[in-house]
Write a protein that binds this ligand. Structure first.
Ligand SMILES: [Zn+2]
Ligand SMILES: [Zn+2]
Length: 930
């Protein structure tokens, strides 16, 4: 077992080159016949060809996850896809499964992966659910359990239930085969490949009935029969294709749920790529891509409109009772469809005559879905920010020229705009987008969290008439409304967090990822995608530029510029010739400076006092919320910890709470030690609440505001505080990293970093990088006006290279030294890393599963003859979370495709005992190793 410290991690990712699957990975080779991905037919340069989604299912704790046993069977089913790879799957004879050898292989626990070199297994048959015409019989024979799944297996796959009762299983196997007279040969059928969000995930083929031939398109949701469910099951159509000579009857698509595709062809390709790369079922990727408010059509209602039936004659109308006549005449003369409410008012009658007319088929109903009236999109108040369209600096002009040239080139390229804080990157984005818009194009701008940066939003909204801002505090109907506007092409610029990468803009011409180093661009639930990676895939597929921007580019982005995968554009100077602020390091080991045990050192206190005297403003950064970060008994040493996570609880003074910051477990702060009843329990460590108390005591005349996760829970609270700060009502703004991002206030003369080391000692190879970024970013909040600015950084390790580099604004020095560290262990960006987390309620059993996953990974690696380093299983820094024990494994190689392939093969048919409740999840290119 390795410890985390020695865990090597791998390189990402940011390569501009297409992700080419290793030739030694036949599993992923799309095969012509049943590959459901359109991308395989016509691979776009630069866009990875997606094989069908892997069957293997990374497991997560989200409620959407299918129960473990379902997954196991699902995987198994694919597993036995041997021999049917290239042949149309419909030719598979399910009776084969009665072959003892096959049955044995199916149940074998041998960790050794099958030799798949001859047959692609990961591409799944697509026709199974449609095949069986006799699902009910199968169900009856198996006691009605797991029906859908069993039926899908067409009798090929034993279930656990059947294992115990061989006879029943045999009968069932036999009975689900179609009798010979049902082996109809159908020519020229049109087939739809359908994937599902829940297990079984597909893809499976269905016949498209003539009535839906025109309507059904990839990217639409359809209802199809699945297993024994009475109602059609919703699924996503990923491909429409010609089928020939189908031997068994396929079931028909029952209905189209959407009137038009929710995803265009390029987004369907993106889904299939994500499904493959992140090893997540395509149906679940669709659910991520299309917000639930869109899927449920939030904020809309169905309205029925009536028109007169075509064949109605005057003579017929005259024979009707008076009320019905009145309604008919009104409708005929109105020349437009009318609702029954409108008709009733117009004809001065109840709705009864209308119902009767409908029964007689004299009027024809048509159901339309309409937006509720009254959805208002609140435009951002411009927050006093004056429009700043001053002349571009030379550096801005040069940067803009290169970006517009990239836009005009019509090629997919990655550009990194490395501009120091205050160098005017936003203005460059805006001008570049103006260029795109002038050619009838549109753009996506991703930012870490738009509600933290109302200024950015205001600037875009004042420069473009059609901006859609997506943010976390939107109501579902608002989100749906915006999505529809975007899709209809009514929007020029979409601004939002990582999910904005999926915005369905029809004429996308540029994707901007601002603050690309920010970790919020990685989603930490399934699918665990990184917006930078997905944006890259989307941009390359469309042949448009991807523009990354940062004052502190990630090592991945930087490495991409060094290895020729991205072009570097530099803006090393601030606008208006302003200097970078002076940074002074305060060594907290020096007793004199510490001044009475508080968090604010003597030099920092002096600086704040001076700032206040000059009527300037100050920002104080402390990256921990709460009051005290540990609650410890001085008598026995007991630390009050979360019972589910083994992490110390943080004391919050408001309400006297002790909270777990990992799972939100909350108790009243214990008045005495829970272990020894000593009543002098001590609150140690420092959080923003405690800092606020200290600041109020030290600067009694100053108006102080705190910005952290606790005070900023309400919608609009950021904006309120920031607007008070701008107007000068607040003198000192203190808070967590949310005050380090993007704020631009000319009157901020001082930034104080309370403890620069807080992120430095995390067991994560990115700890130094995060520290450098945080200190540099927050330092950049000052010196943005004509009055200059300065920064005081308190630290216990002033000599640390990351802190040294940050204090000198020296990004190049930092990357140079950091790259040496990364190279030592081949950490990203020099290699690629994946992480597998195994978690379960019983420690030993969880570790056993982790060990068997290791064995499988090793076999898969050896089989592929790949150079993948596998580390672990080891307990991660957070050993227990929400009551589950955790282990993790890390895989590292120089190529990400190889890592993915090893995992795909190793876990394709992996099953755990559902009773043990052990789950595993796969995180490709993890950014968090806790
Ligand atoms: Zn005690
Ligand atoms: Zn907890």
């Amino acid at each position: 077992m390795s410890t985390l410290d020695s865990l090597p991690i791998l390189p990402d990712d940011l390569q501009g080159a297409p992700i080419v699957l290793s030739p030694s990975a036949p599993v992923s080779t799309p095969s012509s016949a049943s590959n459901p991905t359109p991308s395989s037919a016509n691979p776009t340069p630069g866009f990875p060809v997606s094989p069908p989604p892997p069957a293997h299912e990374p497991h997560d704790s989200t409620e959407n996850d299918p129960p473990r046993d379902e997954i196991r069977r699902d995987e198994m089913r694919r597993d036995t896809g041997e021999n049917r790879s290239d042949a149309p799957s419909s030719k598979t004879d399910p009776r084969k499964s009665t072959n003892p050898a096959r049955a044995k292989a199916l149940w074998s626990d041998s960790p050794e992966p099958r030799d798949v070199s001859a047959q692609p297994v990961s591409h799944r048959k697509c026709d199974e659910p449609g095949q069986s015409d006799e699902p009910d019989r199968a169900a009856d024979l198996t006691g009605g359990k797991h029906l859908g799944v069993q039926q899908l297996f067409g009798g090929e796959h034993l279930t656990e239930d059947q294992q115990g009762s061989g006879e029943a299983a045999q009968t069932e196997l036999f009975e689900t085969n179609p009798p010979p007279w049902e082996l109809a040969v159908e020519d020229d059928v049109l087939l739809a490949s359908i994937v599902f969000s829940r297990s079984p995930h597909g893809p499976y083929d269905y016949r498209i009935p003539d009535s839906l031939r025109e309507e059904l398109k990839p990217g639409m949701r359809v209802g199809v029969p699945l297993g024994h469910r009475k109602k059609p099951t919703p699924g996503w159509c990923v491909a429409v294709k010609e089928g020939k000579a189908v031997h068994r009857k396929l079931r028909d698509v029952a209905e189209c749920i959407d009137e038009s595709p929710l995803c265009d062809a390029s987004l369907v390709r993106l889904v299939m790529w994500m499904s493959h790369y992140y090893q997540v079922p395509a149906g679940q990727v669709f659910d991520t891509l299309i917000p639930s408010s869109v899927r449920t059509a939030a904020g809309t209602k169905q309205t029925t409109y009536f028109t007169p039936a075509k064949q109605v004659t005057d003579a017929e109308i005259e024979k009707l009772p008076a009320k019905q006549q009145a309604v008919m005449r009104f409708l005929v003369s109105s020349n437009r469809p009318m609702t029954s409410a409108e008709l009733a008012v117009a004809a001065k009658c109840t709705e009864d005559p209308i119902r009767r007319l409908k029964k007689k088929n004299l009027i024809v109903p048509e159901v339309r879905r309409e937006m509720h009236s009254g959805i208002r999109i609140l435009a951002q108040t411009n927050d006093g920010e004056a429009e700043r369209t001053h002349e571009l600096t030379e550096q801005q002009t040069a940067a803009l020229e290169r970006i517009t040239a990239a836009v005009d080139s019509g090629r997919g390229r990655t550009l990194l705009l490395h501009g120091v804080t205050g160098s005017g990157k936003t203005e460059v984005y805006i001008r570049a987008i103006e260029h795109v818009v002038s050619q009838a194009g549109s753009a996506i701008v991703m930012v870490p969290e738009i509600s933290l940066t109302p200024q950015t939003r205001g600037r875009f909204e004042s420069r473009f008439p059609a901006v859609a801002v997506l943010h976390s505090q939107m109501s579902p109907s608002e989100r749906h409304f915006q999505w529809q506007r975007i899709r209809r092409g009514e929007v020029q610029v979409v601004i939002g967090p990582r999910s904005a990468v999926f915005a369905p803009l029809p004429n996308l011409g540029l994707i901007v990822l601002d603050e690309e180093h920010d970790t919020s661009f990685k989603q930490d639930s399934q699918p665990r995608y990184h917006a930078r990676k997905v944006a890259h895939a989307r941009a390359m597929s469309l042949g448009v530029p991807l523009l990354l921007g940062s004052a502190t580019p990630s090592m991945e982005a930087w490495h991409a510029t060094q290895s020729g995968h991205a072009e570097l554009i530099s803006m090393p100077d601030r606008v208006a010739g302003r200097p970078m602020p002076d940074v002074q390091l305060v060594d907290l080991r020096v007793r004199d400076d510490r001044a009475g045990g508080g968090a604010i050192s003597r030099p920092l206190k002096q600086a704040v006092d001076e700032t206040l005297r000059e009527k300037g403003q100050a920002i104080l950064l402390l990256n921990r919320r709460g009051f005290a970060t540990t609650i410890q008994c001085p008598a026995c040493g007991h630390v009050v910890a979360c019972p589910d996570c083994d992490m110390p609880l943080t004391h919050h003074r408001d309400g006297g709470k002790a909270m777990c910051h990992y799972c939100d477990y909350t108790i009243g702060t214990p008045p005495w030690c829970p272990a020894c009843r000593f009543d002098g329990i001590r609150y140690g460590g420092l959080g923003t609440q405690k800092l606020e108390v200290e600041a109020k005591a030290k600067f009694p005349d100053a108006k102080i505001a705190r910005m952290d996760g606790d005070t900023m829970k309400r919608p609009g609270s950021h904006q309120r505080v920031l607007s008070e700060f701008r107007s000068g009502e607040i003198d000192i703004l203190l808070g967590t990293q949310m005050i380090a991002k993007g704020l631009d206030f000319p009157n901020v003369l001082l930034v104080g970093v309370i403890n620069a080391d807080s992120a430095l000692h995390f067991p994560d190879f990115r700890a130094a990088e995060r520290t450098f970024q945080l200190v540099t970013q927050v330092a950049g909040r000052t010196g943005r006006g004509d009055r200059g600015g300065r920064v005081i950084v308190q630290t216990f390790t002033p000599e640390h290279p990351a802190i040294q580099a940050a204090s000198r604004h020296d990004y190049f020095k930092f990357v140079e030294e950091e790259m040496v560290n990364r190279r030592k262990f081949n950490y990203p960006p020099l290699g690629s890393v994946a992480r597998i987390i195994i978690r379960g309620p019983v420690e030993e059993k969880t570790e056993d599963v982790a060990d068997s996953i290791l064995t499988r990974l090793e076999s898969a690696r050896d089989l592929l003859k790949s150079e993948v380093r596998i580390l672990g299983p080891a307990p991660p820094p957070i050993v227990r979370l929400r009551g589950k024990y955790r282990f993790h494994l890390l895989l590292q190689a120089t190529e990400s495709a190889v890592v993915g392939e090893v995992i795909r093969r190793a876990l394709a048919d992996f099953k755990t005992d559902p009773k043990e409740e052990i789950e595993y999840l796969i995180d490709i290119d993890p950014v968090n190793l806790l």
